[in-house]
Design a protein around this ligand. Structure first.
Ligand code: PEP
Length: 252
């Protein structure tokens, strides 16, 4: 069985006082094959302190985006080596808020994933359709095209994670049905197995979109759901840990 990954995305939330959440989460989570992996992707300003707070525990910390380049005249951008030096071991790339708000294309995302890997970070590559695309019956075509573009140049599986995040479910309180999730995750699995062979079956595919303690028991057991990428509900230790416990019960 693939070890589940319960990952939080704090987005542009978090000041030093919120390190208390890191402390509470890291004090609770377990290491070992029977426990899900846990990760909190915090704002870059908190990374070093969060890594320090979580040091020696099973909680990993990660970034929320990175440049495809290592350094240079790119005001405001952050590179993968910078994230790694600050203590990140993962980085989210291609989140829909970056794709839509910052014009990041599949090619850009592929470059970011490659840069992350070069710095020893595991990229979590996000894909997902808009409501209009779903209603037009184009969901699987969009997902396939995003996968093809965002995985361009990534020749081996095993070093990255995919997150399926339907845009209409992110931060809206609307959750995809288990049938919709099963269909898309099954499609992504078949794509990965077709492209990478057997190692494609071990790539973790996370669901993201208004995942919370109440719906996690229904969503996390869906076939090919290997964990979650959680926004709002990752900001409170109790909520995040409740989702973690649901995943833990499924892991054994
Ligand atoms: C996300 O930002 O990746 C996300 C899934 O957010 P939320 O859980 O708040 O919908």
């Amino acid at each position: 069985m693939v070890r589940k990954l319960i990952a939080g995305n704090w987005k542009m939330n978090g000041l030093k006082a919120d390190l208390e959440t890191i402390r509470q989460v890291s004090a609770h989570v377990n290491s070992g094959e029977t426990a899900p992996e846990t990760l909190l992707c915090v704002p870059a300003t908190l990374l070093s302190a969060a890594a320090e707070t979580a040091r020696g525990t099973a909680l990993a910390v990660g970034g929320q985006t990175c440049s495809k380049l290592e350094k240079g005249a790119f005001t405001g951008d952050i590179s993968a080596p910078m994230l790694a030096e600050a203590g990140a071991t993962y980085v989210i790339v291609g989140h829909s808020e970056r794709r839509t708000g910052h014009g990041e294309t599949d090619a850009e995302v592929a470059g970011q994933a490659a840069a992350a890997l070069k710095s020893g970070l595991t990229p979590i590559i996000c894909v997902g359709e808009t409501l209009a695309e779903r209603e037009a019956g184009a969901t699987l075509r969009i997902i396939e095209s995003q996968l093809r573009g965002s995985l361009e140049g990534l020749e081996t599986a095993g070093s990255f994670v995919i997150a399926y995040e339907p845009l209409w479910a992110i931060g809206t309180g609307k959750v995809a049905t288990t049938g919709q999730i099963a269909e898309v995750h099954g499609f992504i699995r078949a794509f990965l197995a077709g492209r990478y062979g057997a190692p494609g079956n071990a790539v973790r595919i996370l669901y993201g979109g208004s995942l919370n303690p109440s719906n996690a028991p229904e969503i996390l057991p869906v076939p090919n759901v290997d964990g979650g990428l959680i926004g709002g509900a990752s900001l409170k230790a109790a909520d995040f840990l409740s989702i973690y416990e649901t995943a833990r019960a499924l892991q054994v």
